[in-house]
Design a protein around this ligand. Structure first.
Ligand SMILES: *[C@@H]1O[C@H](CO)[C@@H](O)[C@H](O)[C@H]1NC(C)=O
Ligand SMILES: *[C@@H]1O[C@H](CO)[C@@H](O)[C@H](O)[C@H]1NC(C)=O
Ligand SMILES: *[C@@H]1O[C@H](CO)[C@@H](O)[C@H](O)[C@H]1NC(C)=O
Ligand SMILES: *[C@@H]1O[C@H](CO)[C@@H](O)[C@H](O)[C@H]1NC(C)=O
Ligand SMILES: *[C@@H]1O[C@H](CO)[C@@H](O)[C@H](O)[C@H]1NC(C)=O
Ligand SMILES: *[C@@H]1O[C@H](CO)[C@@H](O)[C@H](O)[C@H]1NC(C)=O
Length: 379
């Protein structure tokens, strides 16, 4: 009996662990040296909730657990400064499986997301999206319906999800972007434009908070999803770029229901016309002042248009605005600081159409240098 018992134990431990494919676990050294993008797909279903199976990108029909007739949810993580696996993966997998019998594909792009340089991870979002788009197209060839595909992106993963949505021409069933704002513990869809959170420092020079931030976010994600106590805001949108450009905030979409959760926040559409914009990637930090208080929003832009439309959201509403400041940041670590000539900035309040639009004309922005100005009425 004793020998039998040991035999069972061995079988169990072998069957439970070594056959499972785990999320790529990198160490700090690898993150420091930088990693090349490599995208893995880890499949979880109700039959293997505790034991992920790596799904090949091609030839996946041979995996018996993967049934393309079922709905498929892709879970896409964000920036991984330390290279460690996100602790919330297991949880979200369980929560999803409890909802519906589906394929859950954890997109493991840790090689690509783990990098001390945040902007390298940003640059890898597009490659990840191209890869997953290719996979979804193969799924479609095998009979999967795009309607039944759901993309869930967390922080930078939201960008990936948005790109995939755009590459598939908005035909994906649903895109959800998660993020956490500050420490309020509420989760938004498309929170803060899906960028890594304002509470999370971008560089290692910020010390300990750099490492705990993501951890906190996952705890909140966990709590919120589990006890439904936090406010969820959903903006249905055909693509992430549409969302960023403020096109999905029109409340007509929701009629006759009221516009979800916009009241909690103040949103502005920001239209920038730049004279020259050869920058591939930049962040705009927009601050509004009313004499007493300051609120800040960070908006990331990817495209190179002479005319750019962005969405800025703030937790509070400061009115009237007496001063506005702008700062641009790029990933450029070495070399000269970029300068951009802004021919016009126009800021349109979205919830309060009675308030005046604010404009300014001809401003030179130098990287990392904050430029302040009084808003003028627009012509
Ligand atoms: C996956 O993780 C489990 C638990 O940490 C471990 O026992 C197992 O060896 C890992 N599997 C592989 C293939 O590395
Ligand atoms: C899957 O890959 C194997 C080995 O590369 C190949 O022999 C087989 O024909 C492939 N199956 C399908 C369905 O493509
Ligand atoms: C795949 O899923 C569909 C829908 O749930 C089900 O009818 C079918 O039997 C499944 N196929 C296999 C091989 O399990
Ligand atoms: C995605 O990445 C995997 C791993 O590198 C590769 O095997 C696969 O061909 C890629 N798919 C596409 C569509 O690029
Ligand atoms: C739900 O989770 C939040 C976030 O951590 C927590 O503050 C709250 O107490 C929880 N509510 C219940 C009813 O468990
Ligand atoms: C944009 O134009 C300004 C002013 O004309 C110039 O100083 C700056 O170097 C240009 N920036 C880029 C990125 O080309």
């Amino acid at each position: 009996i004793f020998i039998f018992y040991i035999f069972i134990l061995c079988r169990l431990s072998l069957g439970e662990d070594s056959d499972c494919d785990n999320f790529t676990d990198l160490d700090f050294h690898e993150s420091f040296m930088g990693t090349y993008l490599y995208v893995r797909l880890l499949l979880y279903t109700r039959a293997n909730l505790e034991c992920g199976q790596e799904l090949p990108h091609h030839n996946f029909t041979q995996e018996p657990l993967f049934n393309v007739s079922r709905p498929t949810t892709f879970v896409i993580h964000g920036y991984r400064p330390t290279g460690a696996p996100p602790i919330w993966i297991n949880l979200i997998v369980h929560l999803l499986a409890a909802q519906k019998d589906m394929n859950i594909l954890v997109v493991d792009w840790n090689r690509g997301a783990a990098n001390l340089n945040y902007f390298t991870a940003v640059a890898n979002t597009r490659g990840t999206a191209v890869n997953i788009t290719g996979f979804i197209e193969s799924m479609e060839k095998e009979g999967a319906s795009l309607d039944s595909i759901h993309l869930i992106g967390v922080s930078l993963g939201a960008h990936v999800a948005g790109f995939i949505g755009a590459m598939l021409g908005g035909r994906v069933g649903r895109i959800t972007a998660f993020g956490l704002r500050g420490t309020h513990g509420h989760i938004d869809f498309y929170a803060n434009g899906g960028l890594d959170q304002p509470g999370c420092p971008k560089t290692i020079f910020s010390g300990k908070s750099y490492f705990v931030c993501d951890h906190q976010r996952s705890v909140f994600l966990y709590m919120c999803a589990l006890n439904h106590t936090c406010k969820l805001m959903a903006y249905p949108c055909s693509s992430y770029s549409d969302f960023l450009s403020g096109q999905c905030l029109q409340c007509e979409t929701f009629k006759p229901a009221s516009c979800p959760a916009l009241g909690k926040k103040t949103s502005y559409r920001v239209d920038l016309v730049t004279w020259n914009q050869s920058l591939r990637w930049w962040v705009v930090i927009l601050r509004l002042y009313n004499g007493k208080n300051v609120i800040e929003s960070q908006i990331d832009t990817f495209e190179q248009y002479t005319s750019t439309r962005l969405l800025a959201q703030f937790d509070e509403d400061l009115y009237p605005i007496q001063k506005i400041s702008l700062r641009i940041v790029t990933g450029n670590m070495i070399g000269p600081r970029y300068k951009i000539r802004l021919l016009r900035i126009r800021i349109t309040p979205l919830e309060n159409p009675n308030r005046p639009l604010m404009c300014r004309y001809d401003i030179i922005l130098e990287e990392n240098a904050e430029v302040s100005f009084k808003p003028l009425p627009c012509d």
